[in-house]
Structures are given as C-alpha cells and as structure tokens.
Design a protein around this ligand. Sequence first.
Ligand code: HEC
Ligand code: HEC
Length: 271
Amino acid sequence: MLHNQLTKPGLLFTPLILALCLLSFDSFSAGPPTIETLLERSYLDDYHSNVVFGYRIVTETETYGARYSGNHLRCTNCHLNAGRKPDAIPLNVAGMYPKWRSKNGRRNGIGLRIRECFVYSLDGIMPPEDSPEVLAVAAYISYISHGETIGEAPAGRGVPTLPDTGYDPNPANGKAIYDKNCTHCHGNNGQGIPGVPSLWGMDAYNKGAGMANTSKAAGFIWANMPLGQERSLTHQDAFDVAAYINMQIRPGDPRKSKLLKLFEAITGLAD
Ligand code: HEC
Ligand code: HEC
C-alpha cells in the first residue's frame, strides 16, 4: 500500500516542486548581499565598494578613519555590532535624514551627523563633506537601512529613555558600581584594555559627545553593559555609574575652544 503510493508520480514530484518553490521564493525575497559575502568578493561595483569601506571605517576606525580621529575609539564601540544592534544607537537610520538638530541649530543631512561623531565621540576633526570616508560611511548606513520605512524610526533607535527614578544620580554609588562591575574590562582608571575602549581620560569621547550626556549614557549602559550581562543593573545604578564616568577627566568640548573657532573662521568651516 505504502509502496504503491510512493510510486505514484504525483506524490514523488510534490516534495520536489515544493523544494523548487521554496528555493525560488528565497531568491525573490532575499535582500542585498550580506556584508560577509561582500567582504569575500575581490571585485565590487562602485556602490558596494563604498559599503565595504564604510563598514571598515565603522569597525576599525583607528585604521580606516585615522585621518579624522583624535582617539582610539571605534564607531562600533558605541554603535554595537557595526550599527546593527537595537537600543545601542543603531545606524540603520538613513530614512530619518535630513533632520533638524538643536545641537547645531540647522537641518542635518546624514553626512553632517557622521562628521559630528568624528568631532565629539572620536574627539577628532571635522572631515570635509565630500571626503571618501564620509561618503563611504553614508553608503554603509543606507545599505544597513535596507527594509526600513523612510521617515519612520527603526526599532530601538538611539538608546532607551530610562524612567525618572525620583533620585538624583549619585556618583559615589556610581564609583562602587563601577569598581564592582566594570573595572575588569574598562580598567581601574577607565583607560580600557586591548579590545575594550576607554571611558575617560584623554583617549576617550570629549565633553561635547552624546555619551557625555548622563541620561543618554545611562540608557546605553543599562541596555548594553556590563557586556554579556546587559539589563542587569537597576535604572538608578545605571544613572549613578553614568554620572560617575562623566565626572572624570576627558577632552574638552571643542565648541568652547577659541583656537578652533579661529580656525573655523579662517577656513570657512563654520558656515
Ligand atoms: C563614544 C560613543 C560613540 C562613538 C565612538 C560614535 N558615536 Fe555616533 N552616536 C553616539 C551617541 C551617544 C549618539 C546620539 C544618540 C541619540 O541622540 O540618541 C550618536 C549618534 C550617531 C548618529 C545618528 C543616529 C541617529 O539615530 O540618528 C550617527 C549617524 C552616528 N552617531 C555615526 C557615528 C559614526 C560614523 C561614528 C564613527 C566615526 C560614531 N558615530 C562614533 C555615540 C558614539
Ligand atoms: C566583559 C567586558 C566588559 C564589561 C564588564 C563592561 N564593558 Fe563596557 N564595553 C566593553 C566593550 C568590549 C565595549 C565596546 C563594544 C564593541 O566594540 O562591540 C564596551 C563599550 C562601553 C561603552 C561605550 C564606548 C566608550 O568607550 O565610551 C560604555 C559607555 C561602557 N562600555 C560602559 C561600561 C560600564 C559603565 C560598565 C560597568 C557597568 C561596563 N561598560 C562593563 C566591555 C565591557
């Protein structure tokens, strides 16, 4: 009986047709090639070669973005998983620009937003608008934004906004939290160790950076740190440790530097 059924041509072909359907459905629904595939290709078209260069800048900023970096941080140290992790300031935000920003009082294209992270988070200098680095990171950002809706924030944009705990951040408790949960990776003095970025000192983000905002740092830390045990701190502990970190010494806000203002006036960068 069983034998008879299996030899019927219809029944034999059904799994085959099903498999073919699945295969072709897969190739129709597949998105752009993955970054891993692109990295293996020796020849890339113009767009994808920019995407790969942008990925390199985001993941190895100290090498590929060195011209404009002032410290050894990488974009991916804060934009985790090369900008692909929700609640860790994901970079799949191409469809959200241009956008008004009160920080500089004008509409910002994605290019200016990238350039500003070089100035503040990387404590570096403003890359020119049409520098190969800015164009490449912009291409990478549009590549990872594939599938998002233009004008709608992607899931987990930025960092979570923690609810008000009713208590002021307490840096003394922050130090205790830091010593217990963070020193073995970020070091006793926030200086980092190979593979772990510094949190303060002259090789860290400067006072004008987004992370220097204690509420933003608290949201980032709560959702992502200690690495591997994210969301284990209480909201209050995250506020406290963020306040402690942001009290430590770090490079100043470049907007407050008279020398930089003079330089901008001469070069016309401050338009
Ligand atoms: C020290 C941490 C840190 C580093 C390093 C860093 N950024 Fe950022 N970045 C931030 C923070 C914080 C924000 C603001 C998030 C917010 O406002 O919610 C941000 C925002 C952005 C945005 C806008 C995101 C959005 O949702 O609109 C872009 C684009 C960006 N960064 C690009 C970069 C690039 C490119 C690099 C590397 C050259 C870089 N960042 C390095 C912390 C960092
Ligand atoms: C297991 C090691 C580990 C522990 C523990 C850890 N971190 Fe991190 N942290 C990292 C690594 C690695 C990165 C960069 C992530 C990447 O590049 O993918 C990072 C990134 C960060 C950043 C953003 C980058 C920068 O330099 O500003 C902050 C802020 C941060 N950690 C704070 C903390 C705090 C606060 C604690 C303790 C509550 C903590 N971390 C515990 C490994 C750790």
